[in-house]
Design a protein around this ligand. Structure first.
Ligand SMILES: C[S@@+](CC[C@H](N)C(=O)[O-])C[C@H]1O[C@@H](n2cnc3c(N)ncnc32)[C@H](O)[C@@H]1O
Length: 145
């Protein structure tokens, strides 16, 4: 991607998403990913050991990522189900005009949905939901202020 100077992910998991993101970035762009699970964080750190611009941080993203922010692109994939509790913390990680992406939404899910409520209606975001398969949708949102 062009125009991304700092990029991050919440929830490294096994590092698969991180690998895809890093593969699309200019190699000089710093990328930070945070993971609470010690084993997964260590395995992912091992995976990216040869890439000096990738930092796998062991810990809760709420603690680990703010000192490296603001980010131009954030893949929000760890503990994202309660934006009513910490959505504003997530937003503060973004640079103005920064982009946040959330995946694994169920298309047409009935009933109250805090994730959609926060990310699709926030006054400081321009957001949309994209259906990427029969069973999956993603939210893409740009911070407008
Ligand atoms: C869906 S998996 C991540 C998958 C990965 N992003 C990928 O695309 O390959 C979610 C991960 O978030 C981690 N996680 C959950 N809450 C977290 C938090 N508060 N801070 C950091 N990691 C968290 C979980 O341990 C889990 O490994």
């Amino acid at each position: 991607m062009r125009g991304r100077a700092r990029v991050a992910e919440t929830g490294t998991g096994a590092g698969v998403g991180a690998a895809w993101i890093v593969s699309a970035l200019d190699p000089s762009v710093p990328f930070f990913t945070a993971e609470t699970d010690a084993g997964r964080a260590a395995a992912a750190a091992d995976l990216f050991a040869d890439d000096p611009n990738v930092s796998v941080l062991h810990g809760d993203w709420h603690d680990a990522l703010p000192e490296h922010a603001p980010f131009d692109l954030l893949f929000h994939d760890g503990s994202k189900r309660r934006p009513d509790v910490d959505g504003e913390d997530t937003l503060r990680l973004l640079a103005p005009r920064g982009l946040v992406v959330l995946d694994d939404l169920t298309p047409g899910r009935p009933g109250p949905d805090e994730v959609r409520e926060f990310w699709l209606r926030h006054p400081e975001l321009a957001s949309t939901e994209l259906r990427v398969s029969d069973r999956e949708a993603v939210i893409v949102a740009v911070r407008t202020r």
